[in-house]
Design a protein around this ligand. Structure first.
Ligand SMILES: [Cu+2]
Length: 126
């Protein structure tokens, strides 16, 4: 392990602690996995349990509009990032719908995370 890797691991552990410090709430209803509807519009709730749904199945190459809605400030979902899209990042103000258009990759998955990389979701090719 290089020094850079060790520092990265330490930073990650610190962030894990920060996320776990958030107060626990009851899990949100709704399935963890959905299939994108024909119009490509997928609503994603952001709460202290992460993304709901956290897995979106969609056809390769199709266009989706991910609509993020952060329900309260008691979570670390104030930003959503797409590492594979040049670290595309959007702020998620509480109570506002934030639309993020994405193109489903040809294969594999397109991951998204909170600003600290703790909440994780992905668009998975069907
Ligand atoms: Cu976080």
């Amino acid at each position: 392990m290089t020094i850079a890797q060790r520092l990265g691991a330490i930073a990650l552990l610190t962030l894990v602690s920060a996320c776990k410090a958030q107060p626990a709430q009851t899990p949100a209803p709704g399935p963890a996995t959905v299939t994108a509807p024909a119009n490509g519009r997928v609503e994603i709730r952001v709460d202290d349990q992460g993304y709901h749904p956290s897995t979106i199945r969609a056809a390769a190459g199709s266009s989706l509009t991910l609509v993020f809605r952060r329900v309260d400030a008691l979570n670390c979902g104030d930003k959503v990032k797409f590492p594979a899209l040049n670290n595309l990042e959007r702020d998620l103000p509480v109570g506002q719908a934030v639309e993020v258009p994405v193109t489903v990759p040809a294969s594999g998955a397109l991951a998204f995370t909170c600003g600290m990389g703790m909440y994780r979701g992905s668009v998975v090719v069907q």
